[in-house]
Write a protein that binds this ligand. Structure first.
Ligand SMILES: Nc1ncnc2c1ncn2[C@@H]1O[C@H](COP(=O)(O)OP(=O)(O)OP(=O)(O)O)[C@@H](O)[C@H]1O
Ligand SMILES: [Mg+2]
Length: 247
């Protein structure tokens, strides 16, 4: 589904060119759940931006379901992005003046979905992330984990084929982070392709495959052995809390 060949990205800063990606080859099949790891500055976000059609490579080919994205113009790129990609960011990027429901509806407005259908799709997405009881809340009236789940609902509402998440658990405590990974694992079961950037090996252990970047190159690409299931971790936490409450 995703095929990168010789992808390079050089940022221009004043007169110098900063190489961020230096020839990345990568194949991701539909329905894969992949983690992207690597030190700060290794090119993870740059790679995600290119895969998500937010940015174009300087060199190389990017095929998304057979289409050569690297040759598209900006408006065509925006169209592919709106139809196919859902983004989730470390800082949630919700609009503070809008309710959870309105935040989730926003990308549907851009896609020209009518009022009633839009509301229905947004409510369905909020339900899928367990936020049905918080749809009228504004972001600052939600916990960090709830804000991130709202951001995931926003990404889901447009029914993307790929979810790209850049450090989605970076601002969350371990329990809220585990809840987010449980959600991603659930989406993965529905065959949505998911790519998660993380610095945390425990987070990556929830996925099926880990690629590691170093200085703009993929230096390792391996399946996860002994995958962690977030639902199991959450059940364990709950039973421990139950024991404490009875002690
Ligand atoms: N807009 C930009 N202009 C110039 N250089 C940039 C720009 N964005 C990123 N870079 C450079 O490209 C390289 C890769 O950056 P990138 O943001 O992809 O790294 P990263 O792996 O996501 O790091 P982090 O873990 O800190 O988020 C870095 O050297 C960075 O300084
Ligand atoms: Mg980054």
């Amino acid at each position: 589904m995703i095929r990168l060949r010789g992808i390079e990205k050089h940022y221009r800063l004043a007169k110098v060119s900063v190489p961020a990606l230096r020839g990345v080859n990568l194949d991701v099949e539909k329905g894969e759940f992949l983690s992207v790891m690597g030190p700060s500055g290794s090119g993870k976000s740059t790679l995600m931006n290119i895969i998500g059609c937010l940015d174009q490579p300087t060199k190389g080919h990017y095929f998304l379901s057979g289409e050569d994205v690297a040759t598209k113009k900006e408006d065509q790129l925006a169209d592919i992005r709106n139809r196919r990609v859902g983004f989730v960011f470390q800082t949630y990027n919700l609009l503070g003046r809008l309710t959870a429901l309105e935040n989730v509806e926003l990308p549907l407005i851009y896609r020209g979905v009518g009022t009633a259908a839009r509301r229905q799709q947004a409510l369905t997405a909020l339900d899928a992330v367990g936020l049905s009881h918080r749809v009228r809340h504004k972001p600052q009236e939600l916990s960090g984990g709830q804000q991130q789940r709202c951001a995931i609902a926003r990404a889901l509402a447009a029914e993307p084929s790929i979810i790209l998440a850049d450090e989605p658990t970076g601002n969350l405590d371990s329990r809220a982070g585990t809840e987010i990974m449980a959600l991603f694992q659930q989406l993965h079961e529905q065959r949505i392709t998911i790519m998660v950037v993380t610095h945390d090996e425990n987070v990556a252990a929830h996925s099926g495959r880990i690629i590691r970047l170093l200085d703009g190159l993929v230096v390792e690409d391996a399946p996860v052995v002994g995958r962690v299931y977030a639902q199991d971790s959450l059940a364990l936490l709950e039973s421990e809390e139950g024991h404490k409450a009875h002690a």
